[in-house]
Design a protein. Structure first.
Length: 297
């Protein structure tokens, strides 16, 4: 994993990992020493990755999972552009995009605008949040059934698709579960995420939308998954359309809707949601105002 992040590791110059490696090779090494060494790596700035720990994120997370580092000593790596944001659960308004003959008259869509704030006292990634949460976290994957160009955009030095893989591993390590929403005759997730998603086994939730809806909340299994957690991580394609609809709402309705029926309930009316630019697929920056602090990231 280290060499995947840095093919020239230890060959060209002294590595920031060497003190940690020395502890791991010592018969007297212990979890406290390992955690302190990782903390020192995190404290070393890196222009591309924010810090050296993020450069070796997959390897250092693997080490902390398997050493293992106690939860109270788990070292978070932090984030910059990929900083995690929390959207606080917001009650559905009494009238929310009511169904009827005038529903498309002005082209406007009412969406929830939940309170949003950075997750944690210090800047952290979605993985940091999951690994240090008090209990298991659920993760919702929205329309990640095929490759999109934005998946290879780098956020804090790491591709969006790699951030997503890391989040799935973190959620499974902490005993959480995953729900994939996909449309039509497609696989639940694209091949690049299949190993991490399938590792959840028979407990993973797959919701297939055969129509033309963006929102998973048309389906009972989707709502049951979201409401099983106080907080869910949300990631998917794309930030300004499909994920936006699922998080904040749009003009989509339950079957056999009659005049006056409210549109489907978005995720942020059912649970708190945590996400970041690092796990949202889009080209360039996020445009939609509902994203609050991560708009324009």
């Amino acid at each position: 994993m280290v060499r995947a992040a840095n093919p020239t590791y230890s060959r060209l110059k002294s590595s920031s990992l060497q003190p940690l490696v020395a502890i791991l090779n010592s018969p007297n090494g212990n979890a406290n020493q390992v955690a302190l060494a990782i903390t020192r790596i995190r404290s070393t700035a890196d222009v591309l990755f924010v810090n050296k720990a993020n450069k070796y994120k997959s390897a250092l997370h693997f080490l902390q999972r398997t050493y293992p580092i106690p939860l109270a000593q788990w070292v978070t790596f932090g984030a910059q552009r990929g900083r995690a944001i929390r959207f606080t659960q917001t009650p559905m308004p009494g009238v929310f995009n009511p169904y009827g003959p005038a529903m498309y008259a002005n082209g406007n869509v009412t969406r929830l605008q939940p309170q949003n704030q950075w997750e944690g006292a210090a800047a952290q990634s979605v993985e940091d949040f999951v690994y240090t949460a008090a209990g298991p976290i659920g993760v919702v994957l929205i329309h990640l059934d095929g490759y999109q160009n934005g998946m290879h955009e780098r956020v804090d030095g790491i591709r969006v698709i790699d951030h997503m893989q890391n989040v799935l591993v973190a959620v499974r390590h902490r005993g959480g579960n995953a729900c994939a929403l996909h449309i039509g005759n497609t696989p639940p997730v694209l091949p690049a995420l299949a190993m991490e998603f399938n590792a959840f086994g028979v407990n993973r939730v797959i919701v297939n939308e055969q129509g033309h809806r963006h929102m998973g909340s048309f389906h009972a299994a989707f709502n049951q998954f979201v409401t099983a957690y106080a907080t869910v991580v949300v990631m998917g394609f794309d930030a300004d359309n499909c994920v936006r609809a699922n998080l904040f709402g749009t003009k989509e309705y339950a079957a056999n809707a009659v005049q006056g029926t409210n549109s489907l309930t978005p995720i942020t009316a059912q649970a708190d949601a945590v996400t970041s630019r690092a796990v949202l697929v889009t080209g360039g920056v996020i445009n939609s105002a509902e994203y609050g602090l991560i708009q324009n990231l």
